[in-house]
Design a protein around this ligand. Structure first.
Ligand code: PEP
Length: 250
């Protein structure tokens, strides 16, 4: 039985005030929750979050990392520094990084390896564009991203990764994949994990769905057999919505 994981991706939003408010609402809820929760705010909030979540069951997550551990990479953050900020999880391969910042599968893979070396669990995002789905290439696309991201890693490392299936056409658009579309892609992801890793790894790995998850659709999405949690963007910034999504993960 896989524990559900609800991850919040704040993107370039939020504030110290929103972090306080969110933790104040979520901390008591988490005392009786069965799911795991991770919040990925912008980097400047990470260090404050580290002490604010002490003693709660809320984990600190980052949205990005560089593959190198130091050097002349203006504006980037290293894995060792994330580690010092108490970061336990980090998103890699988000479609916004792939599209807006030109990140390749190779770069994403090297970030994943760096995170694993520094004890941070990667949340590897994969997903197709609307054109790829319309032309029937969506499965092939996702399978390729998975292979480049995870094949050949040591089993212990694969066991520490989580996959987030995020159809790009559903991110921030209000258009959610139907529960059937999401569930069926999750089955394909798990089957692929069986061959690129092993049935044991595939059976244990949490596969999250991301793309316009909100307080209204969370119950239906999270009750699908193959969906082990959600990566939530816009709705994770809403103090009246995110706790309901977390509750749906219980
Ligand atoms: C995301 O950015 O990962 C995401 C799923 O965003 P949203 O929930 O806003 O679609």
């Amino acid at each position: 039985m896989r524990t559900k994981l609800v991850a919040a991706n704040w993107k370039m939003n939020g504030s110290f005030k929103l972090l306080d408010e969110t933790l104040n609402v979520l901390s008591p809820l988490m005392e009786r929750a069965s799911c795991e929760v991770v919040i990925c705010p912008p980097d400047v909030l990470l260090y404050s979050m580290k002490s604010a979540v002490e003693g709660t069951r809320i984990a600190v997550g980052a949205q990005n990392v560089h593959s190198e551990i130091s050097g002349a990479f203006t504006g980037e953050t290293s894995a060792p520094l994330l580690q010092e900020c108490g970061v336990q999880w980090c998103i890699v391969g988000h479609s916004e990084r792939r599209i807006l910042f030109g990140e390749t599968d190779e770069f994403i893979r090297s970030k994943t390896e760096t995170l694993l070396k520094h004890g941070i669990r990667p949340i590897l995002c994969v997903g197709e564009t609307l054109e790829q789905r319309k032309s029937g290439n969506h499965e092939e696309m996702v399978i390729a991203q998975l292979g480049k991201g995870l094949s050949g890693l040591a089993v212990d490392d694969q066991n520490r990764c989580v996959v987030a299936y995020e159809p790009i056409w559903a991110i921030g658009t209000g258009k959610t994949a139907t529960p059937e579309q999401a569930n069926s892609m999750h089955k394909i992801v798990r089957k692929e994990l069986e061959s690129l890793a092993s049935p044991e790894v595939a059976g244990k790995m949490q596969i999250l769905y991301g793309g316009s998850v909100n307080a209204e659709n969370a119950d239906t999405i999270l009750s699908q057999s193959e969906i082990d949690g959600a990566l939530v963007g816009g709705a994770s910034l809403k103090i009246d919505a995110f706790p309901l999504i977390v509750a749906a993960g219980n």
